[in-house]
Design a protein around this ligand. Structure first.
Ligand code: NAD
Length: 412
């Protein structure tokens, strides 16, 4: 049975050992610094009453205020939020971003809520969180949250505190002090690190065949980038199932179909493919861009890709990682591949704090430079410490920075 927290903790310990991280620092990182769990009461449109479980975890803030991610899904629990907060701490540190890792979650299905109920839930989450602002903990978006939800949350924060503070919430739209390029940041970044990894391994980018699991914010933007670069996106899936065309799927047509039908299945010019088949299909690049725990010891041995770039958080188990290493399939790990959004959030914060907003060319250039620098640093560390994977190289880099900050602060 897949256990996200156990998996993330195992990677943490493997990296701690590989990087010879101080044992007291590792002891500190055994669990999050702070956890807040609360219950949100909500009056529903039909007069009934429901209560929603909610959490916010700040894993480690030695490098700066904790930041990012609010996931709203029916099945989320505290352990999932803790795993994601740990991954955020590592992602920030591996990218040299002066922030700790934060994550929030509400156990709810947004599709079952009316627009009024959903807005009330998001506002109540922010109110009950009693956030202390940009220097402490800054919520952002994740699955189930978007520009609109973050706008409600910012407005609620500002209503409660009585002053404007655009840097108190990330992933908001530019009209409220958000950054340009926010929606595309992660998907674009996935393509940009793929380009570097593909060049390193001599994979020809035009004509490369690509399979993408997940066609949401990240998967759809990445798919468009691959398509534009001349790659053949041969398979795409979402939670309803998948579609395949060995000559390449027309991504603009697929987006239109999804808008109209609500899912990718049934797109004209494609044949059906299941999520399991997509992951094991022959391709040059596999992009898991949906949920955690999809590449496991059960299916890793059957993967037929030349390269995997993790757009989702935590898609590959530790056992699967070892199998892929043995098969010689390189993996660009989540903490590097999907870090476009954390670099963007860092820029969003700087812009919000100074009320000075940048053009999209500057933002895209800085995001790409920082993303690629993080990837190259992890590749170098993986070689230096002879780790099994670039993932461990990235985690070692992150842990070294956290270790230095913890020790410099005199925490241990
Ligand atoms: P999203 O909700 O917009 O899209 C998720 C997609 O995955 C949808 O197409 C959904 O149908 C599909 N999906 C869900 N469960 C599935 C399943 N069991 N099998 C196959 N497909 C499934 O979410 P998103 O923002 O695109 O995020 C996707 C992943 O990327 C998540 O792991 C998220 O944590 C990670 N991520 C997102 C961002 C961001 O900026 N949005 C940043 C970093 C990491």
């Amino acid at each position: 049975m897949y256990n996200f927290l156990e998996q993330s903790t195992r990677i943490l310990n493997l990296a701690g050992t590989a990087g010879k991280i101080d044992l007291d620092v590792m002891k500190l990182l055994e669990g999050p610094s702070r956890v807040v769990s609360f219950r949100i009461p909500l009056k529903m449109d039909d007069g009934s009453f429901r209560v929603f479980d909610a959490h916010r975890v700040r894993y480690n803030d030695a490098l700066g205020p904790s930041r990012d991610g609010t996931r709203i899904t029916p099945e989320i629990d505290l352990d999932e939020v803790k795993s994601l907060a740990l991954i955020m701490s590592i992602k920030h540190a591996a990218g040299k971003i002066p922030a700790g890792g934060g994550k929030g979650g509400i156990a709810a299905d947004p599709r079952e809520l009316s627009p009024r109920e959903f807005e009330a839930l998001c506002r109540a989450y922010m109110r009950n969180l009693r956030p202390k602002g940009p220097g402490y903990d800054v919520p952002g978006a994740d699955i189930g949250t978007d520009l609109q939800t973050m706008s409600w949350m910012l407005d609620e924060y500002e209503s409660v505190t009585g002053y404007h503070a655009p840097a108190a919430v990330n992933d908001k739209p530019p009209i409220l002090g958000g950054s340009l390029g926010g929606y595309e940041a992660t998907g674009r970044g996935v393509f940009e690190v793929f380009e570097v990894a593909a060049n390193e391994m001599g994979l020809r980018i035009p004509d490369a065949s690509v399979a993408i699991q997940g066609f949401g914010q990240v998967g759809s933007v990445a798919a468009a980038m691959f398509h534009e670069a001349g790659c053949r996106v041969v398979s795409v899936s979402d939670s309803s199932g998948g579609v395949h065309n060995s000559d390449g799927i027309d991504i603009a047509a697929l987006s239109e179909h999804k808008k109209a039908a609500g899912c990718v299945s049934g797109c004209p010019g494609t044949s059906p493919i299941s999520n399991a088949e997509l992951l094991e299909s022959e391709c040059d690049v596999l992009i898991p861009a949906a949920v955690q725990g999809v590449i496991t010891s059960e299916n890793a041995g059957r993967l037929r890709t030349r390269l995997m770039v993790e757009a989702a958080n935590g898609p590959t188990t530790v056992e699967a990682d070892a199998i892929l290493a043995e098969k010689g399939i390189p993996v660009v790990p989540d903490v590097l591949a999907n870090a476009g959004s954390v670099h963007l959030c860092q820029m969003e914060r700087s812009q919000g704090l100074y009320d000075n907003y940048w053009d999209i060319e500057t933002i895209n250039r800085l995001r790409q430079d920082r993303l690629v620098a993080g990837y190259e640093a992890a590749v170098a560390t993986a070689a230096r410490y002879k780790t099994q994977s670039v993932r461990l190289g990235a985690w070692v880099n992150a842990l070294k920075r956290i270790e230095e900050a913890v020790k410099t602060r005199g925490w241990c």
